[in-house]
Design a binder for this molecule. Structure first.
Ligand SMILES: Cc1ncc(COP(=O)(O)O)c(C=O)c1O
Length: 425
């Protein structure tokens, strides 16, 4: 602890990971100590940059340090298909406000369900080739809800170690046993499943993966995972937050991409990425969905999605049905950006819309993020302790609505900043 305290003299070398190691006698002491660190992150344009206009591929932001307005290319949004500002979706959302008001003021089992919510649940079930779906107020709540609601004492969740924080929080809150396996390593999954089955031949086991992993944008080896789960009598849960709208010819997600639609027992997704609003869902067998309506506390004890938000997701799914070319445009943009970055000398790879650019550990990711912002590119950085120090990166995400000119400008900004920081010769 003394070592940590000595280093805190220079807050630049301090990270939230160090903060947790400190013991605190008072809450005031803890929050006052953290305050300058947090302020520094805001002033560095590292977190909480304020947008001054609608979410789009180009948008205005306030520079927290200077107060100036900056027009930036948005390479830090999960609005992959550009639906946040799609006129037909905005129009249907406004119509829903006129027809239903802004919300219901209650949880779904009481007064919080409208025909729009039910229509959305049916549409999601159809899209994911499941019997029914239940909508949650957020994707976070959906993950916490299905894990804690479905799995009880003695049940097992065998999960990929790179699953999202919301699954980890479900694990913390739940009473079931949780067994991690190394990211995307199917041999290790096999060993874990053998072990669990050998010791617990009759217990319920669920294998949890993400379709597309949120940090690296890599895809789960779903066919192998499904085959192993079947072999060992386990169910499969897929969090397709970053796969929906991105993978599959029609953008229906990772199961569509692998021809496994209808073969996944628990399909979870969010509305906070491709649909660019908030909310989440779990789709599966009708009995399971109804069971969750009663036993997922994050569903039962939380107000339902505002009706206009449910309407905007419905409109988004309709849009996706009419415009599969948006999904193709996204992939074309990813290909073109990756080719441009490689030609410039960067080492990048992308399987989906997320392109990680690893940053050598002697550099501060936030310095790069700030420099790119000044060059007109908004990008998010991920540093320790969210990832190991040697895996710190810029998490670049692309959108279908970028033009060729946008992408050329973006690559030029990366080249300029990359040279400035010695990442390129
Ligand atoms: C893989 C994954 N699952 C779940 C969530 C939570 O979704 P939401 O933002 O809708 O709460 C996220 C969001 O970051 C995510 O990336």
């Amino acid at each position: 602890m003394e070592d940590v305290l000595a280093r805190t003299e220079n807050l630049e070398n301090f990270s939230p990971g160090d903060f947790f190691k400190l013991g605190w006698e008072t809450l005031d002491g803890k929050t006052a100590f953290f305050a300058p660190y947090f302020r520094g992150m805001v002033d560095d344009n590292w977190i909480m940059r304020e947008a001054l206009g609608p979410a789009s591929h180009r948008m205005p932001f306030r520079d927290s340090r200077t107060g100036e307005t900056r027009e930036v290319l948005m390479l830090g949004s999960n609005n992959y298909l550009g639906l946040a500002n799609e006129p037909s979706i905005v129009e249907r959302t406004i119509e829903a406000v006129r027809a239903f008001g802004i919300g219901c003021g209650g949880p779904p089992l009481l007064n919080g369900t409208t025909t729009v919510h039910r229509a959305l649940e049916r549409k999601l079930a159809e899209m994911k080739k499941c019997e029914d779906a239940v909508v949650f107020a957020s994707g976070y709540q959906a993950n916490v809800g299905w894990t804690t609601g479905l799995l009880g004492q003695g049940d097992f969740l065998v999960y990929d170690a790179q699953n999202h924080a919301s699954l980890f929080d479900g694990i913390k809150m739940g009473r079931f046993e949780a067994v991690p396996w190394e990211h995307n390593n199917v041999d290790e999954l096999r060993r874990r499943l053998m072990h669990v089955r050998w010791k617990h031949p009759y217990t319920n086991v669920v294998v949890a993966v993400e379709g597309v992993y949120s940090m690296d944008g890599d895809v789960a080896p779903l066919p192998e995972v499904v085959a192993l789960a079947r072999k060992y009598g386990a169910l499969v849960a897929v969090d397709d937050a970053h796969g929906t709208g991105v993978l599959g010819e029609r953008g229906h997600g990772t199961p569509e991409h692998f021809g496994l639609e209808g073969d996944i027992d628990i399909v979870m997704g969010t509305f906070s990425k491709t649909f660019a609003v908030t909310g989440g869902f779990v789709a599966g067998k009708r009995e399971m969905v109804d069971y969750l309506r009663f036993f997922a506390r994050s569903y039962m004890f939380s107000a339902n999605l505002p009706t206009p938000v449910a309407a905007s997701v419905l409109a988004g799914i309709d849009f996706l049905g009419r415009h599969p070319e948006r999904v193709r445009a996204l992939h074309e943009n990813v290909r073109s950006f990756v080719a441009g970055m490689r030609a410039a000398g960067f080492t990048v790879e992308a399987q989906t819309a997320i392109v990680p650019l690893f940053v050598p550990s002697h550099l501060r990711v936030r310095d790069l993020v700030g420099a790119l912002f000044r060059e007109g590119v908004f990008v998010n950085g991920v540093e320790f302790p969210a990832v190991p120090r040697d895996r710190q990166r810029l998490r670049i995400s692309l959108m279908a609505t970028f033009t060729k000119e946008d992408l050329d400008l973006a690559v030029a900004a990366f080249v300029k900043v990359g040279r400035q920081f010695g990442m390129l010769p």
